[in-house]
Design a protein around this ligand. Structure first.
Ligand code: PMP
Length: 289
């Protein structure tokens, strides 16, 4: 596998970063996860825009333009002959000292990995997921805003540990006020009648690119789509619930905290959105060739 590292495509075993990189020392950096479908990169502009926004919030100068990153992304996919897969962009603060001062790091490191995708097991798509509410709350926006896709994902990893130890693969994360923020690596939606609701980003979640597309598709399909403040009440009493994410796409949630949601099987509206989303990503995107 060839990895893009600081301007060059290098072999995987040569793709190494320094132990003094602040990405390693402090989780000081940002990242993105993007999909490739049928030789086309889905939502490339949106992911690069979010990468730059995340970088801006942590005052990180990427050192490449958006156009350069896009070109490097396509080049990395091409070099690895990726037709369907997953791209990881990582921008670290770069090599610095053992102290915190990020301004002593001379140059950001830009890494692009184009690889296979690890999906949830097929039976979860067929039968829906069971999730729990994690005790670990989502970071408050006044700390590292959850809208920043930073290299410090410990908050989400702590929640994921709870999920795995409870025998499920995802979990709901609440904000400090007890409102629903998102899942540990996905956004959350609820269906009630003709309404499709999802927590507003300011409630403390990442503004997902899949989420935004699903809101658009939902509107086109005639649903009343809104961003709201949501408690677990809305999920427990929903007709349907589902998660969205670049890797997960759209996946039904049939149980939260051992309480059945709706009929306990993937509902018709979720299925409709799964189809509409797949249809969209399989027919759009930036061609690699
Ligand atoms: N929330 C979190 C915490 C995430 O890490 C992700 C992406 N992996 C999402 C939501 C979904 O965002 P997107 O649709 O842009 O992948």
């Amino acid at each position: 596998m060839k990895i893009f590292l600081d301007g060059d495509l290098v072999e995987e075993h040569e793709a190494k970063v320094s132990v003094f990189d602040h990405g390693l020392l402090y989780g000081d950096g940002v990242f993105e996860g993007t999909r490739v479908y049928n030789g086309r990169v889905a939502f490339l502009d949106e992911h690069i825009d979010r990468l730059f926004e995340s970088a801006k919030v942590i005052d990180l100068t990427i050192g490449m333009t958006k156009e350069e990153i896009k070109a490097a992304t396509l080049e990395t996919c091409k070099a690895n002959n990726i037709k369907n897969g997953y791209i990881r962009h990582v921008v670290t603060r770069g090599v610095g000292t053992l102290g915190l001062n990020p301004y002593l790091c001379e140059k950001a490191s830009v890494i692009i990995i184009a690889a296979d995708i690890q999906l949830y097991p097929a039976d979860l798509y067929e039968n829906g997921m069971k999730i729990i509410t994690a005790g670990t709350i989502r970071n408050i926006p006044e700390a590292v805003n959850p809208r920043v896709k930073s290299l410090n994902y410990l908050n989400n990893i702590m929640a994921k540990i709870e999920a795995i130890n409870a025998g499920v693969m995802e979990c709901l994360m609440l904000n400090p006020q007890g409102y629903v923020a998102e899942a540990s690596g996905d956004n959350v939606f609820v269906v009630k009648g003709n309404k499709l609701i999802t927590p507003a980003s300011w409630c403390g979640g990442l503004e997902g690119i899949t989420r935004n597309k699903v809101m658009e598709l939902g509107t086109e399909l005639g649903f009343e789509v809104s961003e709201t403040v949501m408690t677990r009440y809305e999920i427990w009493t929903a007709d349907e619930a589902f998660l969205t994410g670049t890797a997960a796409e759209v996946i039904s949630v049939v149980e939260l905290d051992k309480r059945t949601i709706g009929e306990g099987v993937p509902g018709p509206i979720t299925k409709k959105l799964v189809e509409a989303y797949r249809q969209f990503v399989n027919n759009n995107g930036v061609p690699i060739e």
